[in-house]
Design a protein around this ligand. Structure first.
Ligand SMILES: Cc1ncc(COP(=O)(O)O)c(C=O)c1O
Length: 450
């Protein structure tokens, strides 16, 4: 039989009109920088201290158990290789619910725990379900771009609040709500916060600030706290700070979002506990996005959270603490005058040059050419947002250019030291200052830690 050839008579290119947001919003800066594989990667929050041998062990166990089951013609194996429930695998949810009750003092059942494809999907879905164009969101300045960009895509007005070395400053929340009411005729719907070693600055909220936030926000019955605890398990030293969600025993006021990415591996599994109505809406949205998360990956993580995580976490934390210390030491030694945060957990240090005219988004190409990549700080400010100033005024949000987020999670300490040395030298040269002859003889003079 002859093969028929298919012919397209009209070969002119497609002319499509895209949805407005496609041209109005940039791609995530982190996604853009992922394609670079320089020697010194300080960009995305890629986990670098990973319990890989544990995962090998889990996989071996799964394989040998499945071989035995297949010999008995058991159909149970098929489930792992199939579609599952949209809200997640019940075995994993049961294990996570037990942990959330025991470790985080969160009142929840397995049915309250929702599994998503990374907590990134949850951040997107919350915005998708709650935001109509013109709705108002409060967050810190700067804040995680993975929350900002979806919120802007949905047409939210993003109002940013000042933050200091203790994170979000609660005294500006009430002021912001009143100013939003006057200027936009609406009260904010969401307060987005990252209480533990936030992204991008690495600051942590004290228990006192958390209580102040709860007291203020709970006095409004139309404002949801989104508590993103991505770095809760990556805290150095004593680890006893409790999440705000503890103060919501009836599960009505706070959306609590966590992820396995930082405490296990980037298997794209997030877990959250939401007020009931919001949970239903988010599950509906997730059904539209991807039907369900991978059953096989959930089976791996169920074993990790059940048997291994508490053995692994001390090692993982120590690994990140060593990397963080290496980065802080190298910044002190090699970077030009400026300020930087001193995190007690998480993956990031925030660095600001004292030269306010410096533009880290232009300088990035010079850095990449020398084998270093970081995230320019401008990415963590809204494109068209607003700011509550320290003088309690509502103004357009500026996007300072003299900042960068330096991630210490991926590389071992010696590589961090080398990479910061390269970056420091480039910055000195950019500043047209004489590069200090011996970087290693630098003192702390000229630096201040914020
Ligand atoms: C604060 C914060 N929230 C959420 C996420 C998304 O994490 P994932 O989608 O890997 O769970 C990240 C990733 O870096 C983050 O830093």
């Amino acid at each position: 039989m002859s093969k028929s050839v298919l012919v397209g008579t009209n070969q002119t290119p497609l002319s499509l009109e895209y949805a407005d947001w496609v041209n109005q919003l940039p791609q995530s800066e982190i996604r853009r920088l992922l394609k670079f594989t320089p020697d010194y990667y300080f960009a995305g929050g890629k986990p670098g201290v990973l319990p890989i041998e544990t995962f090998h062990q889990i996989l071996e166990d799964i394989i040998s158990e499945e071989k035995a089951l297949l010999q008995q013609n058991s159909s149970s194996v098929l489930n792992k290789y199939n579609y599952g429930e949209t809200d997640g695998n019940i075995e994993l949810r049961t294990i996570l619910a037990k942990r959330l009750v025991k470790r985080d003092h969160i009142s929840c059942t397995p049915e309250d725990v929702l599994i998503t494809t990374g907590s990134q999907q949850t951040l997107y879905a919350i915005n998708d379900c709650l935001i109509s164009p013109g709705d108002v969101i409060l967050t810190t300045r700067p804040t995680y771009l993975g929350f900002l960009l979806p919120a802007e895509k949905m047409g939210a007005k993003i109002v940013t609040l000042p933050s200091d070395d203790g994170g979000l400053m609660p005294e500006f929340i009430d002021v912001a709500i009143k100013l939003c009411k006057n200027k936009f005729g609406r009260t904010p719907k969401i307060l987005y916060t990252i209480p533990y070693s936030d992204n991008p600055k690495g600051t942590t909220l004290s228990s006192k600030r958390k209580q102040q936030i709860i007291d203020i926000v709970f006095s409004y019955n139309d404002l949801l706290i989104v508590e993103d605890v991505a770095y809760k398990e990556i805290q150095f030293g004593e680890h006893s700070i409790r999440p705000m969600k503890e103060a919501d025993p009836n599960n009505q006021r706070i959306a609590y979002l966590s992820t396995s990415t930082k405490e296990a591996a980037s298997f794209r599994i997030g877990y959250s506990v939401f007020p009931e109505e919001l949970r239903k809406a988010v599950i509906k949205a997730k059904g539209y996005y991807d039907l369900c998360s991978s059953e096989f990956v959930q089976a791996i993580l169920a074993r990790y959270y059940d048997k291994y995580i508490d053995l692994q976490l001390p090692l993982i934390r120590q690994g990140y603490e060593d990397r963080c210390n290496a980065m802080i030491r190298a910044i002190k030694e090699y970077m030009p005058y400026g300020s930087y945060t001193n995190p007690t957990g998480g993956f990031f240090v925030w660095y600001e040059t004292s030269n306010k005219n410096f533009d880290s988004s232009k300088f990035i190409q010079t850095a990449i050419d020398s084998g270093v990549v970081y995230v320019p700080g401008i990415a963590f400010y809204p494109q068209n947002g607003f700011a509550i100033t320290e003088e309690s005024e509502l103004v357009r949000c500026e996007r300072p250019t003299n900042t960068m987020r330096l991630g210490f999670s991926l590389l071992p300490p010696d590589m961090i030291r080398e990479g910061i040395k390269v970056l420091g030298r480039l910055l000195w040269m950019e500043d047209k200052q004489k590069v200090p002859r011996s970087f290693s003889s630098f003192s702390d003079k000229g630096f201040f830690v914020i």
